[in-house]
Design a protein around this ligand. Structure first.
Ligand SMILES: [Zn+2]
Ligand SMILES: [Zn+2]
Length: 308
């Protein structure tokens, strides 16, 4: 059982810690790529994690290739005044730039693609702009079907790149007023996981990490990140050799009120943790939690639905 918090003087620290941390840009994708490479070694999903390392490497390389389109002043004003996410993923007018990012990721993967990947890239390349926009809408709304499955990770990666590049142009004051704690204050997307960091102003605090733009926002621990209830929160983890059950670096935070779960990552147990990569590399935990009747509350856009 995790320790209940805010009894150790950390209330004061919460006031000084940033409520919202905007994404770091290209280094974020480079670090994610390195973590995927590390996790891929000897892992049952090794080839898939290796492929995702290459996707993240492409995201890092493409990040600086184009400038982020400016965010409309009206959207910034609505965010500052009412906390409306200025880049609301489902409603904002998507710039065609994300399709250039997608084509860039495809081009980066093509030279080393094995036969199934080469065939999938070929099928993706044949989709016209209209089909791609419809596919992006489905991915963002969580409505991608079986026929979309092979395209989801690459379309998801391109959308991440596009939204992260734009989110990084914001100032914290632009997004500080969002009072809905369960979605990203920048793009309105659900978190991929939450992380308890070590070091710096975020130390020992729990941050939810946006599945799309990687913005992080603070939420107290031992609170359901989907329904905000505190009672009925519990933790499940996979047994790790040489580690007590409560010592796992990746745990599922389950909620008996809304029957959902999201993973929580403890950097003090493993300083190299990266939310997106470690979430994918711990699919066995999703299976375990799923069997207990909890439904996952946030997406991972790099997940190929057939890879679990
Ligand atoms: Zn976001
Ligand atoms: Zn809940």
């Amino acid at each position: 059982m995790a320790t209940r918090i805010v009894t150790d003087g950390s209330t004061e620290r919460v006031e000084h810690a940033p409520r919202v941390v905007l994404p770091a840009g290209a280094t974020l994708f480079a670090e994610r790529a390195a973590r995927f490479e590390q996790l891929a070694r000897g892992h049952a999903l090794g080839p898939y994690l290796q492929l995702m390392a290459r996707v993240c490497r492409a995201q890092a390389d493409l990040y600086g290739a184009r400038a982020a389109p400016p965010i409309a002043e009206s959207a910034l004003a609505a965010s500052r005044a009412y906390g409306m996410p200025p880049l609301a993923a489902l409603t904002h007018e998507r710039d065609a730039q994300w399709r250039d990012d997608l084509r860039g990721i495809e081009a980066a993967l093509r030279p080393q693609a094995n036969e199934p990947l080469a065939a999938a890239l070929e099928r993706l390349q044949r989709l016209d702009d209209r089909a791609l926009e419809a596919l992006a809408d489905r991915v963002l709304a969580g409505g991608a079907g079986d026929e979309d499955a092979e395209h989801v990770p690459l379309v998801g990666a391109a959308l991440q790149l596009y939204f992260t590049r734009r989110a990084a142009t914001l100032a914290p004051a632009d997004v500080g007023n969002c009072d809905v704690a369960t979605v990203c204050p920048v793009c309105g997307t659900r978190p991929v996981a939450s992380v308890v960091r070590i070091g710096g102003p975020q130390a020992n605090l729990r941050y939810l990490v946006c599945a799309l733009c990687s913005t992080e926002w603070n939420m107290v621990r031992v609170k359901c990140s989907a329904c905000e209830e505190e009672k009925g929160v519990g933790y499940l983890s996979i047994e790790v050799p040489d580690r007590a059950p409560g010592e796992a670096a990746v745990r599922a935070e389950t909620c008996d009120e809304c029957k959902s779960y999201l993973k929580i990552l403890y950097q003090e147990k493993d300083p190299m943790l990266e939310p997106m990569a470690d979430d994918l590399a711990s699919l066995a935990l999703d299976v375990l939690v799923d069997e207990r009747g909890y439904a996952r509350s946030g997406p991972n856009f790099l997940l190929h639905p057939g890879s679990g």
